[in-house]
Design a protein around this ligand. Structure first.
Ligand code: SAM
Ligand code: SF4
Length: 324
């Protein structure tokens, strides 16, 4: 459906849990309180919301977290989501630690792609960033995805003085394998506020020092706002997602469902509609859909990161609670 700014809204990111097995410094360091199980949407509740969203024209779903693969029943949920009458596409964003064993089932379900977060190729730096020693498992999952032909994108948050020295090595993955490597600009949400990152205005000039023949492509390679470049001889593309400095609100196509049942219209704002309450108060489909439709129509025009926020509007949730 179109919102009041004439944007087509056709994509929903669904966070199915706020819990995670990793403790990435910029996302969820050790001490975060988790949402209690009864406050988390049950899978059948999420599926009902997705079915209604599908009727409103939202047909592409990205399942995220926290870490989605640690929630029991995640694969069965993906299967059901894929089977909904209006679903066009289901993809998954994961840290990759538990991915390898899930690949046969994901393939059988017909998953349309996986995004794997990987900020480093060095096991020690991996431990430093994530607090865990799972580098080899993630790498193994990435290689297994290549072996079974699942469309793969690597998401990397490049941080000053943490992993920025690995820029070239990370890019090399798209040379060696048919996968895209995307650099995500760190957003000042939660613990992300403590880090300094990069956007394409600094990374592209750097890229050109070694690959002057790179070309910016207009091709859309997913649902997101990434700007992609191709490099001669590379099998995959290099992407840049600059939510802050390359503000792409005018072409935003997405809404978000948090694990505790809030429909968020914009990552920045703390408000949204409490769909869980409507479901648990036994509202009819048509009533819930009408509220969703109205909320989506009034999706905010743009985020206000780095601008003066209206008092009390800025999102206070952590990224692990929203799903990225
Ligand atoms: N656990 C899964 C993962 O890591 O892919 C899914 C959830 S995680 C919140 C989704 C993505 O958000 C990851 O690629 C992560 O690097 C990114 N992320 C987390 N905090 C961020 C921040 N403050 N700014 C930008 N990206 C962030
Ligand atoms: Fe977990 Fe993903 Fe956050 Fe890392 S970025 S702590 S893997 S939710």
């Amino acid at each position: 459906m179109k919102d009041s700014h004439n944007r087509s809204i056709n994509y929903m990111r669904i966070s199915i849990t706020d819990r995670c097995n990793l403790r990435c410094r910029y996302c969820m360091p050790e001490d975060v309180p988790f949402i209690s199980h009864e406050r988390i949407l049950r899978f059948e509740e999420i599926l009902r919301i997705c079915r209604l969203a599908g009727r409103l024209g939202i047909r592409k779903f990205k399942v995220t977290g926290g870490e989605p693969l640690i929630r029991k029943g995640c694969l069965s949920f993906l299967k059901e989501l894929k089977k909904l009458p209006d679903t066009d596409q289901v993809t998954l964003t994961t840290n990759g630690v538990f991915l390898k064993d899930c690949l046969p089932e994901l393939q059988a379900i017909g998953i349309d792609g996986v995004n794997i977060s990987l900020d480093t190729l060095n096991p020690d730096t991996f431990r430093h960033i994530t607090g865990r020693s799972d580098f080899a498992r993630v790498m193994d999952a990435i290689l297994s995805c290549q072996a079974c032909g699942i469309r793969t994108k690597i998401n990397t948050v490049l941080l000053k003085d943490v992993n920025d020295h690995e820029f070239w090595d990370l890019i090399q993955l798209a040379h060696d394998y048919p996968l895209d490597v995307r650099f995500i600009e760190i957003m000042p949400i939660g613990f992300g506020k403590e880090y300094q990152g990069y956007d394409r205005s600094s990374l592209l000039p750097l890229l050109s020092t070694r690959y002057p023949d790179y070309e910016t492509t207009n091709k859309t390679r997913g649902n997101g706002p990434a700007v992609y470049v191709s490099i001669p001889g590379f099998q995959g593309y290099i992407g840049f997602i600059d939510a802050i400095h390359g503000k792409f609100c005018h072409q935003c196509n997405r809404i978000r469902l948090t694990s505790d049942g809030m429909l968020k219209l914009c990552l920045y704002y703390n408000n949204g509609i409490n769909i869980k309450e409507m479901i648990r108060n036994q509202l009819e489909d048509e009533q819930i859909m009408a509220v969703m439709q109205d909320a989506i129509f009034h999706k905010p025009a743009e985020h206000q990161f780095y601008h003066t926020a209206l008092e009390g509007t800025e999102e206070a949730r952590k990224m692990s609670q929203i799903g990225g």
